[in-house]
Ligand binder design. Structure first.
Ligand SMILES: Cc1cc2nc3c(=O)[nH]c(=O)nc-3n(C[C@H](O)[C@H](O)[C@H](O)COP(=O)(O)O)c2cc1C
Length: 170
């Protein structure tokens, strides 16, 4: 898909078909994360591909919307803070790196006809428990991956003039 079309087509899908997602499509999505840039190329994350079949009630403890578990797959990206690049002033870049990798996956999924939705309003304690994450590993974001059963609404966004300044903050 042409890039402008791709970024325009992506939207937060909040209703999914239960149709299976082909294995090659999941591989393509993961490959998009694998080649994503990260600060100092540390790639400080692990991706967990979760099958929802038979685990819907358990997974809804992570994020309680019904549509979270409607799709056959949910992907989680988990940050390894100790492996991430840290700037001189102490700012750790794990969240930025995870966000870039997740967005690569989300755009890759859109490109092959799949729906996704960024999810950060999840329960981190339940997520850590259910995904068996070690103490120092943080779940950063989730997305369902499946065929959309809804359709996009018009995008509400700020105007360019509100978004952009010239040379200095103003
Ligand atoms: C970092 C981040 C976290 C988000 N968390 C949630 C969430 O927990 N639940 C949800 O329904 N949508 C979530 N969203 C989706 C946003 O609400 C959505 O992207 C925004 O309203 C714009 O709509 P669009 O994605 O359809 O263009 C999140 C998006 C981002 C980028």
């Amino acid at each position: 898909m042409e890039f402008q079309e791709l970024i325009s087509k992506r939207y937060s899908v909040r209703s999914y078909k239960t149709d299976p997602v082909e294995k090659w499509k999941i591989e393509k999505i993961i490959e998009a994360a694998r080649i994503a840039p990260s600060a100092a190329n540390r790639q400080p994350y692990k991706i967990i591909v979760i099958e929802t079949e038979g685990r819907k009630d358990e997974l809804k403890k992570i994020y309680c919307a019904d549509w979270f578990v409607q799709a056959p797959i949910v992907i989680a990206i988990c940050g390894i803070k100790s492996a991430a690049w840290t700037r001189k002033d102490g700012k750790n870049h794990v969240d930025i790196d995870c966000a870039i990798a997740m967005d690569h996956m989300i755009l890759a999924a859109t490109d092959i006809g799949l729906g996704t939705c960024w999810i950060c309003a999840f329960d981190p304690i339940e997520a850590k428990r259910i995904l068996n994450l070690p103490e120092d590993i943080e779940p950063v974001a989730f997305t369902p991956v499946g065929y959309p059963a809804d359709s996009p609404k018009p995008k509400k966004r700020k105007d360019i003039a509100e978004l952009v300044c010239r040379n200095i903050w103003q």
